[in-house]
Structures are given as structure tokens and as C-alpha cells.
Design a protein around this ligand. Structure first.
Ligand SMILES: [Zn+2]
Length: 103
């Protein structure tokens, strides 16, 4: 089967976005330590898992980048994130490989 390749430029974020990202990482790291100490000191596993989960989501959000891609075949647009290796176009169902390129 023929494969489409879509090159997406990884844009540099604005300073505000970078600060937000840094904050998310800090919250995430603090949360991970907080979660571990909750489990270790207070034996509160439920809260610990909850805090750890939120922290991991925060760190994930800090690194994820969204981009608009255009299907090479039917020109319809789709939103992808950095963890997308390839996607299937919803309009023409063509599998498209995403290649991330640095700006
Ligand atoms: Zn398409």
C-alpha cells in the first residue's frame, strides 16, 4: 500500500508557553515526590496513586506539542501531537506517516 509522508515543523514555543511548560514540569516533579512520600509516610496509597497520576499527566502536557497537518491526498486537516508516529486521515482513511522536523 502506498504511504503518505507528512513533514511537520516543530515550532519553538513563545516565552509564555515555555514558562508554562517549566511550571508543569515542576508541578509534576513535586507531585511525584509528594505522591511517594504520601505512600511512604502516611500509607495513603489511594491518594499517592492519584497524585502520581496527575503529576505524570502534568509532565506529559509539558512535553506534548500540537500541530495541524494536512493530508497529502485529500487536503483535509487534522490535529496531531508529538507522540503521534502516524495517523489515519479521517476523510480518506489513508495512513500518513508524521515526520517531525526541528525549526
Ligand atoms: Zn485524507
Amino acid at each position: 500500500m502506498e504511504e503518505n509522508v507528512c513533514v511537520v515543523t516543530r515550532k519553538k514555543g513563545s516565552p509564555l508557553l515555555r514558562i508554562a511548560r517549566l511550571l508543569f514540569v515542576l508541578i509534576g516533579i513535586t507531585g511525584i515526590f509528594g505522591g511517594i512520600s504520601l505512600a511512604a509516610l502516611q500509607n495513603n496509597v489511594f491518594m499517592a496513586v492519584l497524585v502520581l497520576g496527575v503529576s505524570i499527566v502534568c509532565i506529559g502536557l509539558a512535553f506534548v506539542r500540537l500541530a495541524q497537518v494536512t493530508c497529502p491526498k485529500c487536503q483535509s486537516t487534522a490535529t496531531v501531537h508529538t507522540f503521534t508516529a502516524d495517523f489515519e486521515c479521517r476523510a480518506c482513511l489513508t495512513p500518513t506517516v508524521i515526520k517531525w522536523e526541528k525549526e
